[in-house]
Ligand binder design. Structure first.
Ligand code: PLP
Length: 448
């Protein structure tokens, strides 16, 4: 059957679809699998107990459950929830927001589909605007969201080698400011110094007129990187000077789930579009996200939502509504969710180094947030897809790193030298997986 251009774009074989299919088949096979590949958060019993209690309360309150399931909310979401969320961020972060700055959508994946296609793509004057990703690796889920081809302009990072086996990516402001501010002298660049890896995408050479927005996930999936406050402040300045919004994907950030293991402030102003999600606090199944932006963006998103979906789901908003009171959701994030992942991250980093051969040139990205490790096997003789296949044959499922470079079309060896490893499963299962990964990486280096 023939589909429209829209249909063709959204049903065509994307790398990630193929990989997900492959992962699905691997999981469906009867052999035991160590699943370090997915984006599901951990099941934390203390947190699940709280959601169960809230649900029981909802059921006990006469008429409340029926109201939640029996009515559509308005396209921007439930007003009581929106007011509660506005109060929470106002009181805790001092942001001057009202209910006009907030809308609720069906998960941040859907939110990014709306946002990217609202801002980027073809304009009435014939121009074509793109989303600028100031640093890759970046979230795999952005890649295929544009309704037209080539929605992204992305920039390779700078490498900060912290010790023999640890590194951190940093934003290459030289390249970005040269492109976006048409500032080849690089006024902002002077602050970040020279960078031998500087290599802006050829599509990025057209200046700021062709850029619709800047987007960054913080903490970053897949690397566990947290773009520093200083870096965010520079992005704020660049985006304001270029008169384009800065989108901050806070799926793992503040106010919840606060999976930040390094000092980092949350940011918002009327030029920032901040996207929050309920998924990583343990509610991926309720498909709810919150957008905080200026009134024009919120109105536009609510209008798109009315057309695509009439209204967001009520259930997630009502589960969290009770927990907005007295900042309970912040306490859950700060006192249970964050320590759970941070403790794991610290223990598992040590464990990985204890099982890996120290003579090999492998590096783990500094674990600063979220729940992934990003393993860079420098100069590995095989590519990461081959490594993924070898691990899969041994029952360990990870995600090869080359999928996390949206917008990077040039050949770049680094793209094929990395793996994303989730550490949400039972800790002993993760350790078993780490041993097999360390062995398999060593075998690959030795085959040189
Ligand atoms: N952004 C990032 C960085 C993610 O890792 C994810 C999911 O893993 C999403 C957005 C989408 O999350 P959801 O649609 O569940 O809110």
């Amino acid at each position: 059957m023939k589909f429209s251009k829209f249909g063709e774009k959204l049903t065509s074989e994307s790398g990630i679809l193929e990989l997900m299919d492959d992962l699905g088949k691997a999981l469906a096979s009867p052999e035991k699998k160590i699943m370090l590949g997915g984006g599901n958060p951990a099941h934390i019993p203390e947190v699940e107990k709280i959601y169960r209690e809230v649900m029981e309360n909802i059921l006990k309150t006469p008429g409340r459950f029926e109201k939640i399931i029996g009515n559509y909310s308005s396209p921007e979401g439930d007003l009581e929830f929106i007011k509660g969320f506005a109060k929470l961020v106002k009181e805790n972060f001092g942001w001057e927001v009202s209910e006009k700055n907030i809308c609720i959508l069906g998960g941040s994946q859907t939110t990014f589909f709306f946002l990217f296609n609202l801002l980027a793509g073809k304009y009435a004057d014939g121009s074509f605007k793109k989303i600028l990703l100031p640093i890759v690796p970046e979230y795999i889920g952005y890649e295929d969201q544009g309704l037209e081809q080539d929605y992204f302009v992305s920039f390779k990072p700078k490498f900060n080698i912290i010790d023999e086996h640890t590194f951190k990516y940093q934003i290459d402001f030289d390249s970005i400011s040269a492109v976006i501010l048409n500032d080849n002298e690089g006024s902002l660049a002077n602050a970040s110094g020279s960078n031998k890896l500087r290599d802006s995408s050829p599509t990025a050479q057209n200046g700021s007129d062709n850029i619709a927005a800047i987007c960054v996930s913080r903490p970053t999936n897949p690397t566990g990187n947290v773009v520093t406050d200083e870096e965010v402040e520079k992005l704020i300045k660049i985006s304001e000077e270029a008169n384009i919004p800065l989108i901050i994907d806070s799926a793992y950030g503040l106010p919840f789930p606060n999976m930040l293991y390094t000092d980092a402030k949350p940011y918002w102003n009327k030029n920032i579009i901040n996207v929050f999600s309920f998924s990583k606090i343990g509610l991926p199944g309720v498909r709810t996200s919150v957008v905080l932006a200026n009134e024009e963006i919120i109105k536009a998103l609510a209008a798109i939502n009315a057309i695509v979906s009439l209204a967001p789901s009520n259930l997630g908003q009502h589960l969290i509504l009770d927990l907005l009171k007295g900042n309970k959701i912040l306490n859950i994030s700060n006192k249970t969710i964050k320590p759970f992942y941070q403790k794991r991250s610290e223990e598992l980093v040590k464990y990985f180094h204890s099982v890996a051969d120290p003579s090999l040139p492998y590096y783990l990205h500094k674990s600063e947030g979220a729940f992934f490790f990003w393993l860079w096997c420098k100069d590995l003789p095989i590519d990461s897809y081959e490594l993924y296949k070898r691990l899969k044959a041994k029952g360990v499922i990870v995600v090869p790193g080359n999928y996390f470079f949206p917008g990077v079309k040039k050949q770049w060896k680094h793209k094929k030298e990395c793996l994303r490893i989730s550490y949400c499963q039972d800790i002993n299962v993760v350790k078993e997986g780490f041993k097999i990964i360390a062995e398999t990486v060593k075998e690959a280096y030795l085959q040189r």
